[in-house]
Design a binder for this molecule. Sequence first.
Ligand SMILES: Nc1ncnc2c1ncn2[C@@H]1O[C@H](COP(=O)(O)OP(=O)(O)OP(=O)(O)O)[C@@H](O)[C@H]1O
Length: 455
Amino acid sequence: MEAPILIVEDERNLRRVLAAVLAAEGFATSEAESAEAALESIRQQPPALILTDQRLPGRSGTDLLRQVKSTYPEIPVIITTAYGEIEHAVDAIKAGAEHYLTKPVDEGELIALLRQVLGQRGRVLPPLRQEPRRHGLIGVSRAIETLLEVIDLVAPAPSNVLITGESGTGKELVARALHDASPRAGQPFVAFNCGAIPLELVESEIFGFERGAFTGATRSQAGKLEMAASGTLFLDEVGDMPLPMQVKLLRALQEREFTRLGTHQALPLQARIVAATHIDLAQAVNDGRFREDLYYRLNVIPLHIPPLRERRADIAPLVRHFLAKISADIGRSPPIAISSDALAALEAYDWPGNIRQLENLLERMIVLSRGPEIRRQDLPAELLGKAGSDGGPASPFDLPSLERQTVLSALEKTRFNQSQAAVLLGISRKQLRTKMKNLGLLGDHDNDDDLGDGD
Ligand SMILES: Nc1ncnc2c1ncn2[C@@H]1O[C@H](COP(=O)(O)OP(=O)(O)OP(=O)(O)O)[C@@H](O)[C@H]1O
């Protein structure tokens, strides 16, 4: 589950209001009424971000900030100060706060700032609020319209769904949409990438384990199935699930119960399973790499998302959506525009990495661009086809993008767990951190110890 935003505020009503505002925007929250309570809460569950009032009983918000920065330097902190106490805000920024907000806090400003700070750290952000029926899925193509209709149709059913589509086509987004449109919306949505980690870990991650179940199991832990409760368990890259684990998952689905490793006590399986794969699972069944019986269990309702090149009508609305969203996330106002010939080039390109590639490219261009709009000549050569690669001046966006995208995508797939991302990339965690540093994905103050991992 996503790490929460920790709200530290001694005024109970204000704290509850802030929590409600953030929850309505889709953020998980936790609360503390003092610096001491906050430190305890951080020890138990490191938050994605801390939003703390400067004025607290006992130790101040700035004291809390200093303490957090010395032990958990990667956790961003936003301080709220009373109007007229700007000197506290200055102290806080000097002590390492990412930002400050003056009270009364403007809700829109707070949300925009949170999205910006968390987005910069690569956190998964809740989708921007959209008209309800579109579930955050941008697009005007027939394919998207059909997808939306099917989502509304199948969301209420308990049946398992198998989402297929190339990498970056929006499988996880669709899985979340299915969850949000279902009666399970109030329950957790838990995502798990089956391809990211070795067999022993897949099993303990999905089923959980009891203390002493294996060497190193120093405490009991609930698995993803248990965490999903009556919500949705999203099994990404299910085609990569090791065969022995497929057998165990099948048994759990058939018997509607499972056990944590190291115990015989059965727990009921209540979650809906939404699985996704970018490989041809039917082919994997033929090749003996995927169990046929499990395939049928998961594929009760198949949902296919076509690649972007087969629905080019969606490119322009997606570009407009990302230009506005990314500009807002990085605090760029007015949002950056795009020239019509640049847009035409984007519409003509084949997008092997689909929407994720489009989103990443636009982000890079917005961050690096100084002008008011993205022009055709700013686009990377590979996007302009042969005409672009004629030895003209190198585009400023032609950075070592492939490596960056590979690293980012591994991190995204593992929800920013660096150890798992390193396994995925086949390099050591240390090598990964060096790469991240070189690619500007790690701040200078990011520690080299184990605290660097995401949730
Ligand atoms: N129709 C859409 N409208 C808006 N954003 C989209 C759409 N489709 C995908 N995206 C965005 O594109 C990015 C990639 O989507 P997502 O992670 O869901 O893809 P995926 O198919 O699960 O990828 P992978 O197979 O690599 O895990 C996300 O940031 C997602 O929000």
